[in-house]
Design a protein around this ligand. Structure first.
Ligand SMILES: NC(=O)C1=CN([C@@H]2O[C@H](COP(=O)(O)OP(=O)(O)OC[C@H]3O[C@@H](n4cnc5c(N)ncnc54)[C@H](OP(=O)(O)O)[C@@H]3O)[C@@H](O)[C@H]2O)[C@@H](O)CC1
Ligand SMILES: Nc1ncnc2c1ncn2[C@@H]1O[C@H](COP(=O)(O)OP(=O)(O)O)[C@@H](O)[C@H]1O
Ligand SMILES: [K+]
Length: 504
């Protein structure tokens, strides 16, 4: 799915009206119907639940008024609270007129705020994508009142006060929603950790906006769901052989961190690689042979950390990083690797990234289309500059990928994949159960397998790997629970996660 900035959302609105020859109030009615249906199906309030709808002066408020009419028709008793304004949108005014007289409608003021008992349901339809400045005065007072109540807040389109695709000043008043119901496409704001407390659980409700316009509109940001990846992972042909899927080399492990090498190796094998060779320090030889017998071990002459780069000729892709440590001799191995692999697909993670950050001249040696997988701290070391906020970090991601012509997987909830062209793809799978040691090593191994598969472009390999890794986490958590999830569980579910992508 594409992620459209607020200004393009308005153009999409207009394109839909023209393409479908409908009036703007008919589109608003669709949006309201989608929200009302969600409320009745998912929230299932009792007829006695106090239902308050806060309406602003624009089309977001218009949505709120239309939802109120629909809820009234369904037998509920919503109460409307209007934010006074000197200018109302025409569809707001139309829906104000259409409101049955039995629906109570009160103008908000500092002395007239709704009483909100715990358990009341409040629909926040104050401001949506038309927010042009931070909330102040009465609107801010209403938001504060809402935050202090124990009400269940459902934001319509966007929590009021939250910009859909830009940061707001610290301490701005923003609605803290339990649920956010957004139309057609997700907003960038929903995907950033700094907004989690405002957005709550978000859902995208399809309202039939013009697919043609969406298809043709250039964007910087994408949300990757299963539909987005349909048919990107080819099935294994009947007469394929292990050479078809590539021979990967993994450089990983150090004394005390051999498990990282094992996890990455197992994940690479489950990722469908044709052959895997693992370069581990000598002390890891038995450990690897016993825990990943399908992999070939190529022990380093040194016992505890890597000191020598093996011959690279046989390999289709090289991964380096998990459990590596940051010894000077290992940095020298990374340097040799970068010098000798101008055209070999590379996956770099963990200490390989930390070594890049401390030996910054190495960054210039990165072969084009290299794939880096930092978590936010590793990314900060790579850029050498702390991000001001999550939006700034995204700009750093675009700049970094552009400057070094690389793909960079910035890990976390909604992992963000940056491309050399400056696009960012947000992943939709995964869960907090994956926030435990070793999950990243599994990702590295899986990505290495997909980069060794010459059938896949660098972008598709990265998208598929990140998605399947998170999906494996979701499948695993369904059995283990989130707290009980460990990285080896991810390995067990890589196969099923990839198979889902093949089967579509
Ligand atoms: N395509 C779609 O997805 C569809 C979208 N639909 C709905 O339309 C919504 C967008 O509607 P919208 O453009 O009328 O903007 P909205 O957010 O209601 O507010 C604008 C008004 O608020 C004012 N204002 C702004 N900031 C302010 C502030 N801080 N403090 C005070 N005032 C402030 C602003 O005034 P101004 O900035 O001009 O001074 C203007 O009067 C969208 O979120 C969705 O709910 C659906 O109905 C159909 C399909
Ligand atoms: N809250 C979360 N939701 C979804 N995925 C998560 C979450 N927390 C962590 N992950 C995923 O788990 C992995 C953790 O990687 P990393 O931080 O490198 O761990 P480690 O170094 O311990 O292996 C990443 O792929 C990340 O996207
Ligand atoms: K809103």
């Amino acid at each position: 799915m594409k992620i459209l900035p607020a200004r393009q959302t308005r153009a999409l609105d207009q394109a839909t009206l023209q393409a479908q020859r409908i009036s703007s109030d008919a589109l608003m009615e669709r949006a309201a119907t989608a929200c009302t249906t969600w409320l009745l199906d998912e929230l299932q309030p009792a007829f006695t639940t106090p239902l308050h709808i806060l309406c602003g002066p624009g089309n977001n408020g218009g949505d709120g008024l239309a939802i109120a009419r629909q809820l009234h028709a369904a037998g509920y008793s919503p109460q409307i609270w209007l934010l006074p304004s000197d200018r109302y949108s025409s569809d707001f005014l139309l829906n104000r007129q259409r409101l049955p007289p039995q629906v109570p409608c009160t103008e908000l003021s500092a002395d007239s705020l709704p009483a909100l008992p715990a358990g009341a349901v409040v629909l926040d339809a104050l401001f949506g994508t038309g927010l042009s400045r931070p909330l102040q005065g009465l609107a801010a007072r209403v938001v504060q009142h809402l935050s202090q109540s124990g009400a269940v807040v459902v934001a319509i389109d966007v929590p009021s006060g939250l910009f859909a695709d830009a940061p707001q000043p610290a301490d701005s008043a923003v609605v803290r929603a339990r649920y956010t119901l957004s139309f057609e496409l997700p907003k960038l704001a929903f995907l950033l950790p700094q907004n989690a407390a405002f957005v709550g659980e978000w859902t995208v409700l399809p309202i039939g906006l013009d697919a043609n316009f969406i298809h043709n509109e250039p964007v910087d940001n994408y949300f990757v769901d299963a539909g987005f990846l349909r048919r990107k992972l080819p099935r294994r042909e009947k007469f394929s052989h292990k050479g078809t899927f590539g021979h990967a080399l993994l450089l990983a492990g150090s004394y005390g961190k051999m498990g990282a090498a094992v996890l990455a190796a197992q994940a690479c094998l489950r990722g469908g690689v044709g052959l895997l060779t693992v370069r581990i320090p000598a002390a890891g030889y038995d450990i690897l042979q016993i825990s990943a017998p399908e992999a070939m071990a190529l022990p380093d002459p040194a016992r505890e950390f890597l000191t020598e780069l093996p011959e690279l000729q046989p390999y289709a892709a090289v991964g380096m990083g998990p459990g590596l440590g940051q010894e000077a001799a290992t940095a020298a191995v990374l340097r040799q690797l970068l010098h000798r692999t101008p055209h070999l697909p590379l996956v770099l993670d963990a200490d390989a990234l930390n070594l890049l950050a401390t030996h910054r001249d190495l960054l210039a040696l990165l072969p084009p289309d290299s794939l880096l997988t930092p978590h936010p701290k590793e990314f900060e070391r790579l850029t050498g500059e702390p991000a001001r906020d999550d939006y700034h970090r995204l700009e750093q991601l675009r700049a970094f990928c552009g400057q070094h012509r690389c793909y960079c997987v910035l890990k976390g909830a909604y992992t963000a994949l940056g491309t050399p062209e400056g696009a960012v793809y947000f992943n939709s799978t995964g869960n907090p159960g994956m926030a435990s040691g070793g999950s990243g090593d599994v990702l590295t191994g899986l990505l290495l397998a997909l980069r060794a598969d010459r059938r896949l472009s660098p972008l598709d390999a990265a998208l598929l790997g990140v998605f399947a890794h998170g999906r494996a986490g979701d499948l695993a958590a369904a059995q283990t629970g989130e707290a009980g999830l460990v990285a080896s569980d991810l390995v067990r579910f890589i196969g099923p996660a990839l198979q889902e992508l093949v089967d579509g």
